[in-house]
Ligand binder design. Sequence first.
Ligand code: ZN
Length: 124
Amino acid sequence: MPFFDITDVGTTPRRKLTPRQRLKVWERTGGVCVLCERKIDAVRERWIVEHIRALELGGADHLANMGPAHEACAVNKTRDDHRRTARAKRQKIRQLGADVSKRPLPCGRHSPWKRTVLGQIVPR
Ligand SMILES: [Zn+2]
């Protein structure tokens, strides 16, 4: 089991927005989707407040980092953000050496012993 705190990867805590704050986010772009840059028809289309730089990638939870987005556009961005976050976490785990087992496979890469081509077991 890796001894690694997932919360350390730079995820910013998320605050709930008030209706007034949502209005401010809407008016920052004049109702234009920050992802596809088309006008959002708020009556017919569902929209959400999108963090332009994702919180899980270290983006700030400030109005400057928020904009309105079509719900359909945000699905694709969220999927991409999750993919990039998972990759960043894997890289950090590897860099910290948190993925090395305390009980390595016998003669495996992290074992103090190795097996030679002739089948002899010698210290690494
Ligand atoms: Zn859009």
